[in-house]
Design a protein. Sequence first.
Length: 256
Amino acid sequence: MEFKYLKIERKEDITFIEINRSEALNALNEDVLGELNDCFENLEKEKSNRVAVITGQGKAFVAGADIAKMRDFDPTKAYEFSNLGQSVFNKIDRSHIITIAAINGFALGGGMELALACDIRIASSKAKVGLPEVSLGLIPGFGGTQRLVRLVGTGIACEVVLTGNQYSAAEALQMGIVNKVTEPEELLSEATKMAKAILSRGTNAIQQAKRVIKLGIEDSMEGGLYQEKATFSSLFNTQEPKEGLSAFLEKRKPNF
């Protein structure tokens, strides 16, 4: 499927998704969000699509939502736009595909919210992140208030959202917003390295691990532990544990 604003490339079983609306610093509008939705719907139809790396073209990952479009919103239109963004990012968050955000530059507003919807975040040392919506008289509308607090806790989430400040990659790492910082020229190679590590593990295991982690965020400790033991035991209905345990005992690499 051809996209206007997304460049899709498959390398070594990794799907690379580059947002390419560089004239607007890859800002999110209905068209870009619609393409992201369609992209993941297509990827999810094929079980061999297991890991995706999302990045941006040029000096921005995604600089935010399209402010020029938002200026003329009324409450109904604003609700529809927020609902669309949340729906698309929920799809990415809940997908069986493991997603790595390779944050190459500005990830502000909706761009940071897209990164938060991904499972893992790797940032270029030149990246900047932030949720500046309050400086526009707004709040984050694509899930930022909810995903950030679950990732880093109430104190840091309140600082980021209520000040609207931008943070360097090093600061984002210290705050727990990103997993790793690398030099710009090494960003995609580092994301590829992590993707390959994930791909070398059991297919069912990584997908079920992601599912249980996400469920646990919304559940009590007791409920999360139940999901863990139920999923742990159910994996023994597949061949993966047998192969993985045998490979360990035989001192060889597993063939998943």
